[in-house]
Structures are given as C-alpha cells and as structure tokens.
Design a protein around this ligand. Structure first.
Ligand code: BJW
Ligand code: ZN
Length: 250
C-alpha cells in the first residue's frame, strides 16, 4: 500500500502552483542538527541564551562560538534525497515556490534556484554599527570571534533572524503571496511552532486546498491537514517522485 493516496496523486499531477515550506527536519538526514527534539540544538543550549538580540549584546563571543560551530557542521554537510526531490519539484510543477526556515543553504546546494529564506542564512554576516555602514555580505572565513566590520570596526553579527526580530519584508511578502495563490501546499520537517512561518498553511487550509505534512513526529498542524505522513522526508519524497513519474503504480 502506497503512502500516497491515489486521489491526491491525481491532484498533484493536475496542480499548477505548488508551495513547499521546509524546516530543520529536511536537513536532518544530512547530519545537520535540528533545533527541538532528541539531539536538537536546544537540548543543550537555551535558545533565549543564543537566538535573541539581547543574548548577542550580552555575550557576542559566546553567541558567535555557537554559530561558528554550526557553520562548520553545515560546511561539511551534503544535500540529501529530500533536498534533491524538492529541487526536482521546481521543474515538475508549472508554478513552484520553495519557502524555507533553514539557514544552511542546502536547498541551493541541491539545485533549488530561488528559495525564500525566511530566517536568513548562516553564511551571511552583517554590521551592527551605524545603519549607514550597510556591511552585509556572504563570509565563510572569520578571523577572530566576535568578528569586526572591515568598514567601520563595529561588531558583525550572523545574518539570521532572531526571536523578536522581523522577517525580511520582501521575502515574507513573496511567501504569503505564494501561499495565497497555490493549489497544493507541502509542510516538510518543521515543528510548526515558530511564527509567522507556521501561519503560512492557514490560507490554503481556509481555501480547502490540499495541505500535505511530512514529519517523523506529530505537530500542531497534523490534525488539520489533508494528509500527514509520519515519515522521514527523504523517503516520503522519493516515493512521491517515483509515483509522479509513473515508475510505480499509485
Ligand atoms: C523530520 C526529520 C526527518 C526530524 N524528516 N521530519 C505568534 C504567536 C506566538 C508567538 C509569536 C507569534 N508571532 C511571533 C511570535 C514570536 C516568535 C515565535 O514564533 N515564538 C514561538 C516559539 C512561540 N517569532 C518571532 O519572534 C519571529 N519574528 C516575528 O514574528 O517578528 C515580528 C514580531 C516581533 C516581535 C514581537 C512580535 C512579532 C522571528 C522568528 C525567528 C526564528 N529564528 C530561529 C533561529 C534562526 C537563527 C538560527 O538558526 O540560529 O529560526 S528559531 C529556530 O526555529 C530557527 C528555525 O528556522 C525555526 C523553526 O524550527 P524548525 O525548522 O521547525 O525546526 P525544529 O527543530 O523545531 O523542528 C524540526 C522538525 O523536523 C520536528 O518536527 C521533527 O519531528 C522533524 N524531523 N527529522 C522529516 N528526517
Ligand atoms: Zn560596519
């Protein structure tokens, strides 16, 4: 018996605009730590001690050390089957938007062209000094921790979105617009606890469009979606690709 119901497969074959929202679970099979749950990044570290602007102003060195350790972990990671199938979906569906909460850039490594990065990127750094400095760049090598801005000497910070900070406005607007226009919405590998990203499926749900969740655990969304698969993202997505390509009977 397939994970994927026949009727839903037909809806996917007829779909014009698909949206995929991803979270840390998509990178778990690449060996990148998730945030919550067993083995998650926050089992050992209190998020409020690391992922807030207050934590950074209180102890920039400690925060940078945590981020540098994660940058090193991600630098060694390769995309997995989930990233690959999501990149393939971009060519399969006539309209496709990938919205990610992930900061690891593994979607891009797998070939996804324009993921909307809601929470920024581990690889970006930006200046905390006078806004007129505007230093904001992709920087892989950091000499000292905490690093200083080469333009003005103020501290550099990770180019990610912390609790209490707004998401990049244009990126968020595009994500909302895609959610409003889609025929099918996938929610993959996210605990669906962090807002406003967790609210994106609300529009397709209210329009009665299929919302498909893939997660190894139940989430607050599980009882409300069209299909909630308890599966690793790589396995469920690989079986979906084979079914859509007609290699296996639905
Ligand atoms: C697998 C798997 C496998 C494992 N296959 N699955 C409305 C209501 C309540 C609160 C708020 C609200 N609006 C705003 C808030 C406040 C706050 C918030 O949401 N708090 C909640 C925690 C309650 N949100 C914000 O502050 C946001 N800003 C904002 O709203 O600005 C406006 C505003 C400002 C001030 C006041 C009010 C409004 C910003 C949120 C920024 C989140 N930043 C982080 C850190 C990024 C930097 C970094 O990486 O360090 O983003 S937090 C962290 O959580 C990270 C993630 O992107 C995000 C989501 O986590 P994700 O991806 O879901 O990972 P996990 O680990 O939680 O889950 C993994 C899942 O995968 C699990 O379910 C596993 O089961 C599963 N899994 N292996 C499939 N193989
Ligand atoms: Zn500067």
């Amino acid at each position: 018996m397939s994970l994927w119901p026949r009727k839903l497969l037909q809806e996917l074959r007829d779909c014009h605009k698909a949206v995929v929202l991803t979270g840390a679970g998509v990178s778990a099979e690449s060996g990148v730590s998730t945030f919550r749950g067993a083995g998650g990044l926050w089992e050992k570290v209190d998020p409020m001690k690391m992922a807030t602007p207050e934590a950074f102003s209180g102890n920039p060195k400690a925060v940078w050390e945590w981020y540098e350790a994660r940058r090193r972990q991600v630098a060694e990671a390769a995309p997995n089957r989930a990233h690959e199938v999501i990149a393939w979906m971009e060519g399969y569906f006539p309209g496709f938007t990938l919205v990610t909460q992930n900061v690891d850039r593994l979607h891009q490594k797998a070939g996804s062209r324009w993921p909307l990065e809601l929470h920024g990127s581990l690889w970006m750094v930006r200046c905390t000094g006078n806004p007129s400095c505007g230093e904001w760049e992709d920087r892989h090598e950091l000499v000292n921790l905490p690093p200083q801005c080469p333009q003005c000497g103020a501290l550099l910070r990770p180019g990610v979105v912390w609790f209490g900070e707004g998401l990049p406005q244009q990126t968020w607007d595009e994500a909302e617009e895609a959610a409003r226009a889609c025929d099918v919405f996938f929610v993959i590998g996210t605990s669906a606890l962090v807002y406003p990203a967790a609210a994106l499926p609300e529009d397709p749900l209210s329009r009665g469009k299929p919302v498909i969740e893939i997660n190894t655990e139940e989430t607050p969304l599980s009882g409300r979606v069209t299909l909630s698969l308890r599966s690793k993202a790589g396995e469920a997505l690989e079986s979906l690709r084979e079914l859509l390509l007609g290699n296996k009977p639905g």
